[in-house]
Design a protein around this ligand. Structure first.
Ligand code: PXP
Length: 247
């Protein structure tokens, strides 16, 4: 297995996208998750959206039951999904914003603006020993709000950074670096994800204190060409040079 200090959570939502496109019973999300684990992934991430466009309720239960690593369930703060999360009891939930018309998660969660709505679900999930993570932009107010709410973990949204042309990424990288430092000082675990691929990944190695990267679309897209084990190992190899943000 590839040695790396940085952990990888593979998001297998788009295996389900392929299945839902035809209403078949293949490709299997569980089989994909097991292949990711066998290739060295440290966890599996899935997003049960309110519109159920890819992952279905049965997938969540099946993946939870059959994987040997950690399940990270991405979810909106919606009462129905909160109840499912409490029933499934994944190792971790990552609270994300969700809009029906979006192609994928756009922007981070507004934790600061939704403290009252988030307080009870966060408390209930923490009481159930689920690690609660907040998917947020590298914004000082959102990082502070996540800590105030008692979430032990944040996932920094790297999508803005990834979408910029390489020569214009500097200021957003600086925001990610500062955000990671602030979160670490507040005692929060720092994860990151969204839009990462083999080409843009090394650019975020300046971000300190990262524990886990959650990567989905680019791995599944690569896997279509080379198979899941090769695609997962390629990302793990690319993650190996990370030194925790220290030169
Ligand atoms: N992290 C979060 C919170 C996400 O919502 C997603 C997309 O589902 C990812 C990571 C993975 O993003 P990508 O598919 O662009 O790698």
């Amino acid at each position: 297995m590839t040695e790396t200090t940085l952990k990888l959570g593979v998001n297998v939502d788009h295996v389900a996208t392929l299945r839902q496109a035809r209403g078949t019973d293949y490709p299997s999300v569980v089989e994909a998750a097991l292949a990711c684990e066998a290739a060295g992934a440290h966890g599996i991430t899935i997003h049960l959206r309110e519109d159920r466009r890819h992952i279905q309720d049965a997938d969540v239960y099946a993946v939870r039951e059959q994987i040997g690593t950690r399940l990270n369930l991405e979810m909106a703060n919606h009462p129905e999904i909160v109840e499912i999360a409490l029933d499934v009891s994944p190792a971790e939930v990552c609270l994300v914003p969700e809009k029906r018309e979006e192609l994928t998660t756009e922007g981070g969660l507004d934790v600061a603006g939704n403290m009252n709505a988030l307080r009870d679900p966060v408390r209930r999930m923490k009481d159930a020993s689920i690690v609660v993570s907040m998917f947020i932009d590298p914004d000082p107010q959102q990082i502070q709000a996540s800590a105030t709410l008692g979430a032990p973990c944040i996932e920094l949204h790297t999508g803005t950074y990834c979408d910029l042309p390489p020569n214009e990424r500097g200021p957003e990288l600086e925001r990610l670096v500062k955000g990671a430092r602030q979160a670490h000082e507040l005692g929060l675990q720092v994860n990151a994800g969204h839009g990462l691929n083999l080409a843009n990944l090394p650019g975020i190695f300046d971000v300190p204190y990262m524990d886990t990267l959650n990567i989905g679309h680019s791995i599944v897209a690569h896997a279509v060409m080379v198979g899941m084990p090769v695609a997962v190992r390629a990302i793990l190899d690319a993650m190996t040079p990370y030194t925790g943000g220290k030169p």
